[in-house]
Design a protein around this ligand. Sequence first.
Ligand code: ZN
Length: 510
Amino acid sequence: MNWKEFCKHLDQENVKIEELKQLAERDFNKYGIYPGSINKYGESWLFIARDCCSKSLVVYGKNEYFEQFDGTEETINGKHVKICGLNDDNCSIIMKMFPYTKPVNHRGKKITMGLGDRLGLASPGHLRLIKDMPVFPVLAQQSIRELNLTGRNYRNVLSAAAWAVYQEGYTSGFGADGDHLKTPEEIKMALDNGFTMITLDCSEHIDNKAASYSQEEVNEKYMSIDEQERARLENAYLGKTFKLYDGTEITFNEDNFRRMVLVYIDAIKYTINIYNSLLKSCGRNIDFEMSIDETLTPTSPESHYFVASELIKGGVEITSLAPRFCGEFQKGIDYIGDISTFEKEFIMHVKIAKTLGYKISVHSGSDKFKVFPIVGKVTEGEYHLKTAGTNWLEAVRIIAARNPALYRRMHKFALENLEEAKKYYHISADPSNIPDIDSLADSELPALMDKDDSRQVLHITYGLILKAKNQDGTYTFKDEIYSTLHKYEQDYYNSLINHIGKHLSGLGIK
Ligand code: ZN
């Protein structure tokens, strides 16, 4: 593969960019140039090219940013050329030159989707899938847990997404979600790095114990809330009925009110404080998602209504809210639970959200094929849905198919370290259901990514796999995972297009 041979075409007089893109696409195997990445800037050309082992940004001819790029200089056809790594600093320059590579907020967009990319390699596949679909992609989406487990930071995560956007020439906008953030420091870090969405996880301020207090305890604790605050809440809710947009009623009575206040009051105060002190003042429009999905019991319609309306009164503009649904949304596998109960409860949550002016967000939305048709239909195509781990599993599928020896080592390591990984993630996988890998032929390995038990085991051990080191300090798997996925880049994109494509068709998106 040689992009240098392509350069003569750039020097043709009056050459049209569309023709160059067509040529790069037709002869991708010859030049290794991503068609969507070809851009003219002043008198210079820019594009991304791949070779055996990596990708580079090529700046062909000088422009006002030329000296700022970090890379090696060469002369080709008498032109100054810089060959630059796809690193964070070079990405910051690209964001200045091509503003569509910067993330933007998405309030007002109907279908928005979190497409977390733990390796930083999946986004081009996602973009190829959704480019002509009515889906706004939130390409960068990581929780602090994921950052820690993958050894990345928010700048890396955003750069990977922005490079993907540049590579594919995707100009319709994308988002960046600091997912499940808990503290002011975490939120500040995400905002300082240009993230456009904050998902606040206030689980540490939700009093889950209140759900099981005796009525006596409830009354006692309730009385310890400031008197004026109690009076305000009682005036606003107690004995009142609220009509949703379609006439459905939500009522608050003595039985449920005090307990509900105890569960959520601290979380509400915390959220209003965070929103007003950090998000409102940051100088950009931020999509704010309230997540109350980390409770022990499903969110009742009354609780949902109460939390959201208190936040709105406190000045919070909610873009989306994630309730805790009935049943289980486990990692990497389909929904577990009674689907008709889910539908009934989901309808109520959507009605409340529509009435109060935001969207429902579905977390751990990877592979929930049973619930997708309900989500698509009930919301009438307005929702946020988060996926992440399934994109890693598709990478594992490619490794199993293309580098079986590496997969076998990862598989054994995952099983050996399963107990450690279970500290971070709850799963129901039973390793004894997974066939002994030594008894399987190479050709049988990819099918392990179609079975729940092996999916979950490889799903939750990603951090341990990526971080494992040999005695000499080299990575046990990480470098080989990246080089395999670089070599079989197109296979990875195709498998994401196929697998996330099934999600979209389940949701009814065409
Ligand atoms: Zn969540």
